[in-house]
Design a protein around this ligand. Sequence first.
Ligand code: ADP
Ligand code: MG
Length: 254
Amino acid sequence: MAEDHPQHELAIRVGSLHKSYRLGDRRVDALNGMDLEITEPGFYAVMGASGSGKSTLLHLLAGLDQADQGTLEVLGTRIDQLPEHELTRYRRHTVGVMFQRFNLLPTLTAYENVVLPGVLDKRPPAELRERGMGLLEEMGLADRGRHRPDALSGGEQQRVAIARALFFAPQILFADEPTGNLDTHSSERLWSTMEDLADQRNMIVLMVTHEAEAASRCRKVFLVKDGCGAGVIDAEDLEPSELAARATAITRST
Ligand code: ADP
Ligand code: MG
């Protein structure tokens, strides 16, 4: 099944984004004028210290939470202005999301987790089967479909999570520290998968990571500090050590 994508610019634009949380009587400014612009498909990274606002940024981009101020334009649509029912559709169909903790449902098999978005959307069984089996196969999990998450390795669980995120063939994938719980080998495999998605499916893949090795595979790295954009590094052709050094230098000087 190929989703029909309307013609629109494959781009993400974040302008002066503000988001604060209330913690008791304290206010935490998680985003404080964040800007970011992506105008071409590719693999991109977001880096920054813990607490700098990276997850908040991804949550807002994925339509999982609402900003206080600022603009969020994705694929030509101002998602900060969408009514709730359209935001739900955006969350389910337009973008895919994956998290550090995989967030699979423990009582469902790998196959059932992958097709869950289609089940919630009341898609016909034949389509569920075709998409589900195709995605499991694409992720190298063809023989794992009947296993529950606790019978799978971390790397396998995260590949199930990617397959689920791709159910509706989104043009954008957001990943928040997707290899934070994985060993080196599984991490490298996942980064390659994300690179391939960007190249072969012409997707924007935006990943939060702490690992320079992951970021060095990306086109650009967006640095975040204290809820703001601190700089952008053209990461193509940079070695991980060089990238890490530049990121540190830029983050220190801003
Ligand atoms: P990062 O992903 O870069 O570590 P976050 O976006 O998770 O940063 O958090 C940014 C700031 O907002 C931190 O100070 C964090 O404690 C705070 N924060 C995030 N989510 C919440 C929440 N739901 N309630 C209160 N404070 C939050
Ligand atoms: Mg985070």
